[in-house]
Design a protein around this ligand. Structure first.
Ligand code: SF4
Ligand code: SF4
Length: 271
C-alpha cells in the first residue's frame, strides 16, 4: 500500500479556516478510541491555519496555510513504541501506549500535552474515518478549493516533485510556499503623477550570470516581482522620454522589499 500524505497548495488556500474548524468539530467532545481520545476544547490545534503578513503598507499581501504537525516520520523514529501499527503510513499516537509521554509533546511542534488525560495528542489523519470507508479526513473534506488534499503518495508523484516540506521528515507537502517579493512605484515627481508602462528590470546584485527579470508598471505606476529568492537585487527603470535610473542593493534577504516611490525625470532636449 502506498503511503498516505497531505498536500497543501498555498496559492489555493484562502484562509477560510474550514479545515481547522472541521478538525475541532470531529475531535472535540468526541472520543474515537482506540484511535484518539477527545481533544480539549481549547489549547490544541491538530490542524492550524497560519496567516502571514508580507511587506509593508501600502504594498502588503497575506498568505495562509494549514499546519499539520504530528504527521512526521520524526515521531516514528523517536517513539515508535507509542504509535498504532498501520499499513497506510499515517502517524497515529495510540492514547493507551502513549500515557505519561509528555516528552513527545515537548519535542514535536503540533503535538500537544493533554494534562487531564495524561497523554500527548496530535493529528491522527482521521484514521478512524479512513478505516470506516472515508477516502479523505474531515479537514480535507471541508476544503472546497483544493487547498488541502490527501491521498496515496504515488498518486501525487508529479506534484510532489515540485513540492517542499516545512520539516524534512514530515508527510505534509507544500506547493507554492511563499518566497520574497520586490515591489515599488514609478513616479514623475515634477508632474506629480505615476508613470504607467515603465520597464523595470531586476537581477541579483553582483551576479551577472543570474536570471534577468523584467516587468512593467501598471496603471497605478506599481510594479511587483513575486516569488523571488531571498537575495539582494539591482533594479533598472526605463520609461520613454525619461532618464534611466538604477537602484542598487535592494535587500530582500530577510523580508519582502517595498522600495516605495522611485522618481524618474524627463530628458531635457539638447539645444
Ligand atoms: S486549506 Fe482549504 S479549508 Fe483550510 S484554510 Fe485553506 S482554503 Fe480553507
Ligand atoms: S486529518 Fe483529522 S485529525 Fe488530522 S488535522 Fe485533519 S481533521 Fe484533524
Amino acid at each position: 500500500m502506498s503511503k498516505k500524505i497531505f498536500l497543501v497548495d498555498v496559492n489555493r488556500c484562502n484562509g477560510c479556516h474550514n479545515c481547522q474548524i472541521a478538525c475541532k468539530d470531529e475531535h472535540c467532545g468526541t472520543s474515537w478510541l482506540p484511535y484518539a481520545a477527545e481533544q480539549p476544547d481549547t489549547g490544541q490545534f491538530w490542524c492550524k491555519v497560519e496567516q502571514t503578513v508580507h511587506g509593508s503598507v501600502p504594498k502588503v499581501n497575506m498568505t495562509y496555510m494549514p499546519l499539520i504537525g504530528a504527521q512526521t516520520e520524526g515521531l516514528r523514529e523517536y517513539a515508535p513504541e507509542v504509535l498504532m501499527e498501520r499499513e497506510d503510513g499515517l502517524v497515529v499516537i495510540d492514547p493507551e501506549k502513549a500515557k505519561g509521554r509528555e516528552d513527545i509533546a515537548e519535542k514535536f511542534e503540533g503535538v500537544y500535552w493533554n494534562a487531564e488525560l495524561n497523554i500527548p495528542q496530535g493529528c491522527t489523519g482521521c484514521a478512524h474515518l479512513l478505516d470506516d470507508g472515508w477516502t479523505v479526513p474531515r479537514c480535507v473534506d471541508a476544503c472546497a478549493v483544493g487547498g488541502l488534499r490527501f491521498g496515496d503518495e504515488a498518486d501525487f508523484a508529479d506534484e510532489l516533485a515540485k513540492a517542499e516540506k516545512l520539516d524534512p521528515k514530515s508527510n505534509v507537502y507544500y506547493l507554492n510556499l511563499p518566497k520574497r517579493w520586490v515591489a515599488g512605484q514609478a513616479i514623475d515627481p515634477m508632474a506629480d503623477e505615476v508613470i504607467i508602462g515603465a520597464k523595470v528590470t531586476m537581477q541579483e546584485e553582483g551576479n551577472e550570470a543570474a536570471e534577468v527579470l523584467t516587468t512593467t508598471t501598471d496603471e497605478f505606476g506599481d510594479f511587483w516581482f513575486r516569488q523571488v529568492e531571498g537575495k539582494k537585487y539591482h533594479l533598472w527603470f526605463d520609461a520613454e522620454g525619461y532618464v534611466e535610473r538604477e537602484i542598487a542593493d535592494v535587500d530582500a534577504t530577510e523580508a519582502d522589499a517595498n522600495i516605495g516611490r522611485v522618481g524618474l525625470y524627463k530628458m531635457v532636449p539638447l539645444g
